[in-house]
Design a protein around this ligand. Sequence first.
Ligand code: GDP
Length: 299
Amino acid sequence: FSRLSEGLSKSSRSITGSITSIFTKKKLDKATLQDLEDVLLQADLGLPMAERIVREVSSGRYDKEIDPEEVKRILASEVSKVLKPVEVPFSFSAAQKPFIILVVGVNGAGKTTTIGKLGAIARGEGYKVMFAACDTFRAAAIEQLNVWGGRIGAKVMSRPTGADASGLAFDAIAEAKADGTDILFIDTAGRLQNKQYLMDELDKIVRVIKKQDEAAPHAVLLVLDATTGQNAMAQAEIFTKVAGVTGLIMTKLDGTARGGILVAIAEKYKIPVHAIGVGEQVEDLQPFDADGFARAIAG
Ligand code: GDP
């Protein structure tokens, strides 16, 4: 929990600092409530959430003073209500072998890093792990996955930059079947410049995966970067449409005051949230804890 609240401290400081200054020794009126709504919107919590909190705060208290601590309690409680239903722990399944996890998201969101962290967790649980470096556009992504593979003892299937990603995915699954891999992670390129292209590319990878295993991919994880705020919302929209996303991991919650975006996305898209990233180390990938998140964001 302390790592979580430390990670979310930028988000919580900006919200709670404002709440304290809005409500200290002031009556609850139109102006203070408008200020509150502005703060909640700036924190990317989304309009429905901001309006609910304002309603809840004002109910029965209009024209009276309110303790800022009470406002924070209401904030935590409303956030928790939205997040609780999407709190879904991620578990590796031994029922499918290999258990194939496709990881999607735009460039720089943290896909490769997240794969490394999840791979480390899977290794820790005793699974044989393989990475397929199907982000074949970026040499750095291929290199990075190789570093993670070496670090945790996972085989990495990669090809030179520019190679066909779906061909690599196909061969990686064949290899994983042949060598008894339990968990296969497939990294992808996330070039969002051209939506149609991205869609076609992901379609093609999924089609090719299904040639090897009709039931695969067994999980499609969307990785979103919290620091991008409202852009993360737009990405959730696109990827849930094109990639059959089964779960969400939000990264870089440590580097941003915009952690509220997770709440807005959960409220709008109801995607199961598996984990959050609060730093670059393995232990910085934390299982998603709705109550802990709500408490951390409300300071
Ligand atoms: P990809 O292009 O989606 O594969 O993104 P990368 O995995 O290469 O990550 C992009 C950058 O974000 C790298 O410098 C990572 O170290 C960094 N990163 C990833 N996750 C987190 C996180 O949770 N917190 C922080 N602070 N940095 C992260």
